[in-house]
Design a protein around this ligand. Structure first.
Ligand SMILES: Cc1ncc(COP(=O)(O)O)c(C=O)c1O
Length: 421
């Protein structure tokens, strides 16, 4: 017999993430399709201009993804064979992959308890071959850019920010987008704002911007995208072998409206996060994300960490329990040093990344996105609370008793748990 403990909290599955696409986005995309200008064109340029203003940068270059943008930015800094680039291990694989694509070596370093690249580990990893460091604004919360820039300046390194999660984030009262040589954002479907697939690079460096623009479209000289318009000529010159990483007007159509809605999206993300924070504050089995001083958390992710010493189930079992309650979840991220390519090529050992390993062992990202209703959020927090209270280590009646009636189970918990809620 299924007990309440096992039964779905809701009748339909709550996906881990869903975009919020409104009628205006749909109309704008239709308008592009009808206009005949479906690749890079006036809307991409308009989107670049609006995003540039939004983060108060001198330049913005819209690209096909954050991955492409990181690749372009590192290429424009002339990073290549023999060079080293320092990357935190707790990131999506593409932060490191792009360094490999350039023939350079990604040097993976540990993170700190705030999920940020460890400054201590970064300083230790610097050699005479190190050219750049790529901090990742994990879950959208800004890294300590002053500290990173000071360290980088001391060693003559460039800083390129992986701001995949950080559209709309702030550091010391200024939007992320101008705190380093170049900042690269993602507009992938799950991100703070989306263009389906897409990204943008922002910079205050004129020369770098010029080169990144050229690299994003075959290495053609500036404004080559205009060559099919009345305003331009058919002639273009290829000044270096660039890439095909341009954003299309179809994507930019989404971006124009998503950008307008971004601050509202973040407000809603923070409301849901507050709901979770309030509900979980007495669950000592969980470590919750924190808002850091002058780095307001946009909650691109809500990563909880399980404390294995207090729970009778591990992270993987916790996720199975969430799924059985119809709640989606994810893990951000499998540390890069654990992936076979990197582990085999560079002989990384897990013990070299104690903090990332510790975080990863209990890490779960809960659903948190503006399209969620308060009821959806309550389903998530009830499911989490329910799983935690059902699997407390101190609980004398362990999970073997899952088949007892839900009511009896709840009473037993209240009687035996060391933790009051
Ligand atoms: C930290 C981080 N960096 C880079 C990327 C790559 O973004 P994109 O899919 O736009 O290439 C992601 C995507 O999830 C990410 O999470």
């Amino acid at each position: 017999m299924k007990t309440e403990v096992d039964s779905p909290i809701r009748s339909t599955f709550l996906p881990f993430a869903l975009p919020s696409i409104g009628d205006e986005e749909i109309q704008e995309v239709s308008d592009s399709l009808r206009s005949g200008w479906i690749t890079t064109g006036p809307k991409t340029k308009k989107f670049e201009e609006q995003f540039r203003r939004f983060v108060n940068a001198k330049h913005a270059i819209a690209v096909s993804s954050c991955t492409a943008g990181l690749h372009i930015a590192l290429t424009a800094l002339n990073i290549g064979v023999g060079d080293e680039v320092i990357v935190p291990t707790l990131t999506f694989c593409s932060t490191a992959n792009v360094v490999e694509h350039l023939g350079a070596r990604p040097i993976l370093v540990d993170v700190d308890e705030n999920f940020e690249i460890s400054l201590e580990a970064t300083e230790k990893a610097i050699t005479c071959r190190t050219k750049a460091v790529v901090p990742v604004h994990y879950a959208g919360q800004a890294c300590d850019m002053d500290a990173i820039n000071t360290l980088a300046a001391k060693h003559g390194l460039s800083v390129i920010e992986d701001a995949a999660h950080a559209a709309g984030s702030e550091y010391k009262g200024k939007k992320i987008g101008t705190h380093s040589k170049a900042t690269v954002f993602s507009f992938y479907a799950t991100k703070n704002m989306t263009t389906g697939e897409g990204g943008i690079i922002t910079t205050n460096d004129d020369q770098l911007a010029e080169r990144m623009q050229i690299l994003s479209l075959h290495g053609m000289n500036r404004d080559a995208w205009k060559r099919y318009s009345a305003a331009s000529s058919w002639y273009y010159d290829v000044v270096e072998p660039g890439y095909k990483n341009n954003m299309t007007d179809i994507q930019a159509s989404l971006g124009l409206h998503q950008l307008r809605r971004l601050e509202g999206f973040i407000r809603r993300r923070r409301q849901i996060a507050l709901r979770y924070q309030t509900a979980f504050k007495d669950l000592s089995e969980l470590i919750l994300p924190r808002d850091l001083l002058r780095r307001p958390h946009p909650y691109h992710l809500f990563p909880i960490r399980l404390r294995p010493e207090l729970l009778a189930i591990n992270r993987d079992q916790f996720i199975v329990n969430l799924t059985s309650r119809n709640i989606g979840s994810s893990v951000h991220f499998i540390p890069v040093h654990r992936h076979s390519y990197y582990a085999q090529k560079y002989h990384y050992r897990r013990e070299d990344f104690p903090v990332a390993e510790q975080i990863f062992s209990g890490l779960i990202s809960l659903p948190l996105y503006p399209a969620m209703s308060d009821c959806d959020a309550d389903d998530v927090l009830n499911a989490v609370t329910n799983i935690v209270t059902s699997h407390r280590r101190q609980h004398s009646v362990q999970t073997a008793q899952k088949d007892v009636r839900a009511e009896t189970h709840t009473q037993t918990l209240a009687a035996t748990s060391r933790y009051s809620r």
